[in-house]
Structure formats: C-alpha cells, structure tokens
Design a protein around this ligand. Structure first.
Ligand code: ZN
Length: 390
C-alpha cells in the first residue's frame, strides 16, 4: 500500500502534520480501569501459583499502559460494544444455511441478540466481570505457545492450564468454555518506553499508540469471550490434554456476513469499520476501512463465505478523533447523553485512498467499477485518491 499518494494537505487536514494537532481537546481519562485489565487477578487460579495477570510485566511497565487501559475500559463498556458482546454470547447459533465449512469443520452462524435494550449493558458488564476472573495477558515479541505473535498486534489462545475444569462467563451454568491468554505485541509498549527520538514530544504519536493498543486489547477480548462459551472445545481440551494445540477451530460468522472474525466484528460495530494499525511503524497514520476487506485477510485462519471485494478504500483516522476519545469530557458526555447510542463512536471518513487487490481470487459478482460501488457515492466532504495499487 502506498501512502505517498496522500498529499501533505491530506495529512494536515486530519491533524497529522499541523501545529493544531498539539491543541488540547480535554483532560486525561480519569475513569477506573476495568478489573478485567487489573495488574493482578483477584485470586490465585486453581492450577497456578501466582495472581499475576500480565505475566512478567513489571508494575512500572504496566503503569505506562494506564491511559490506554482506561480508554479500553470505556470502549469495551460502551453501548455498541455491549451490543456486540451480547450477540456473541446470547445470539442464537446454528449451522449456516449454506453449510459453510472451513478446515473440515462446520462454521456456525450467530444472530443478533434479542435482549431488551434495558438489559444489554448489564448483561455485557456481567460477562466482562466474569471473564476478568480468569483472562491473562502477555506482552511479548514472540508468543512461546502459538509462536505467531510476530506480525500480529495481538493473539488470543485458549490456554486453560490454570482452569482445568473450564470457565463460565454467562448466567447459564451449563455453558462452559476455556480460559484465554491474550498475547499483545510488545511494539506498543516499546514505542511508549522508548519514543522515537524525533517523536518524543510528538503529541500525535502517543494518542495514536494508546488508541491502537486499546483497540487491540478490546479486539482480543472478543476472541476470549467466544472461547469461554465453547463447551465442545472444552470437552476436547479435557480429552486431549497436551495435544490440544492442534485442534481445528472456527469462530462463528455473523448472519449474512462474509468472513468470521469476532474481533473485527466488534471493531465494525464500534467504529463502523476495521482499523488498519501502523503497528511497527508508529510514525505512520492510522486508517480505517470497511470490514471485511482484502487489506486484513487471513484466508487460512478466518472462514470466508466469499472471496474479498477487489476494491477497498482506507480512510485516515484523524488525530482529533483519537485525542478526543481520550478525554474524560468526551466520555462523560457520551455516557450522559448518548448512553444507548450505537453510532456515537463511529469514525468519520474524509480522506481516503482506493486500494485494488491484485490477487485473482476476488469476488467476481461484485462490480467494483459500478458507480454505486465507488466511494464517491458515500458523501461529498472527502476526497479519495485513485492511484494506489498494492
Ligand atoms: Zn482477531
């Protein structure tokens, strides 16, 4: 992908290279960090000897994550997030009508939950509190168990060693599942610990890293929630013991959607698309694009109902958005005036880059040249650059 097509004025208009980016938009987050992210577990798990939730992460390092964990708390408890959590845990699951399968296993579909709106936040909150009793985190360059953190922002593995009997996170005791360990790529922490020399005082870099970290950890929580309600997987785990790692497993697909990936399902619900992180290159911008998109595609891992659309447009996420969402004033207002608003956190799309997939396995039934499928029809306030090719 080539961001050189973005002109200086495009970056500037989104607050990336302008003195105004340093303008304060409010005060730091002061909300409590959710117990799910606390430095220690409440109790020593039955199969463990330690209450450490973050592995070997030093308390001093954990403190560097203070603001992003407060942000993650707000995001994960927000109305659209609670709605997504309730669909994952309470939405009906069934074999998909088109018998979708992946790795030789059926892919289940799940429906939107049918809870009354007054019950959603409380239900989701109980689930997160229960999950918080067992979930652990690991900030790492390399995940010693799955060995795949390398280029991922995060990775969630069902590791129930500490909870050999499984876990329960819903109010249905018959539904049990596996506890999870979430590996978070260390590059976020490294960027906060050793800010790039040039960027040390850069007021745009830090909020962006905070935001990407918070999105990553919330994304991974969705995978952990799903593992915690997989009774069949728990049975296999108990049967197979140490061979368990190789068990094929599919996440469910939301009804009618094209790809099964619960973390992106959540990002889409909360932000109206999925985030394209700058990851190892924190000096670069953060983009958002429709989900699913070929730009974050893992066809080995994620069940697909159809191949990707050839055209994706990625939009710059403004520095203003990232800074605003990290102020206490923003959340005080959201929680007071928009507490049930599923759209309050949506990211506006203004400056975009069109990106064409060059592989041959794209969805031929979707005409990317049709006028109605071109981004120009989305609105008139942004400009889209046409000349980017992957
Ligand atoms: Zn994911």
């Amino acid at each position: 992908m080539n961001d050189e097509y973005l002109k200086e004025e495009d970056w500037r208009s989104q607050g990336y290279t302008h003195p105004l980016r340093d303008k304060s938009v409010g005060s730091k987050l002061t909300n409590d960090i959710h117990s799910l992210f606390s430095y220690e577990l409440d109790e020593v798990p039955p199969g463990s000897v330690t209450k450490a939730r973050w592995g070997k992460l030093e308390l001093e390092e954990y403190k560097l994550l203070d603001q992003p964990l407060r942000l993650a708390t707000q995001l994960i408890e927000s109305a659209p997030s609670s709605d997504a959590i309730c669909s994952i845990t309470e939405g009906e699951r069934y074999i998909s009508p088109d018998n979708l399968s992946h790795s030789g296993l059926a892919v289940f579909e799940f429906r939107q939950h049918s809870l009354p709106s007054s019950a959603i936040r409380e239900k989701a909150s109980n689930i997160l509190n229960q999950l918080g009793k067992t979930i652990t985190f690991f900030v790492t360059n390399r995940d010693p168990i799955t060995d795949v953190v390398g280029t991922s922002h995060g990775r969630t593995s069902p590791i129930s060693l500490d909870h050999p009997e499984g876990v329960t996170i819903t109010d249905r005791p018959e539904v049990k599942g596996l506890a999870s360990m979430v590996a978070i790529n260390r590059y976020y922490l490294n960027a906060l610990k050793y800010p790039l020399l040039e960027a040390k005082k850069d007021e745009f870099l830090i909020p962006k890293i905070y935001f990407e970290f918070a999105v990553t950890i919330c994304h991974e929580i969705m995978h952990a929630i799903n593992f915690a309600i997989q009774s069949e997987l728990l049975k296999k785990y108990i049967e197979m013991g140490t061979n368990f790692k190789k068990v094929p497993f599919n996440e469910p697909i939301h009804e009618g959607q094209r790809v099964a990936e619960l973390g992106f399902f959540w990002e889409d619900k909360v932000f109206g698309g999925m985030c394209l992180h700058s990851g190892r290159h924190p000096e670069k911008g953060l983009f958002i694009t429709d989900w699913p998109s070929w730009m974050v595609r893992d066809k080995e891992e994620d069940p697909e109902r159809a191949p990707p659309k050839k055209l994706s447009v990625k939009f710059l996420v403004s520095t203003y958005y990232m800074k605003k969402i990290q102020t206490q004033e923003f959340w005080d207002k959201v929680n007071l005036e928009h507490s049930e608003d599923l759209l309050a956190l949506r990211i506006r799309r203004r400056v975009g880059v069109m990106c064409l997939y060059t592989g041959t396995d794209f969805d031929l039934t979707w005409d990317w040249t049709a006028k109605e499928n071109r981004p120009e029809t989305v609105g008139n306030e942004f400009r889209v650059l046409e000349d980017s090719r992957e």
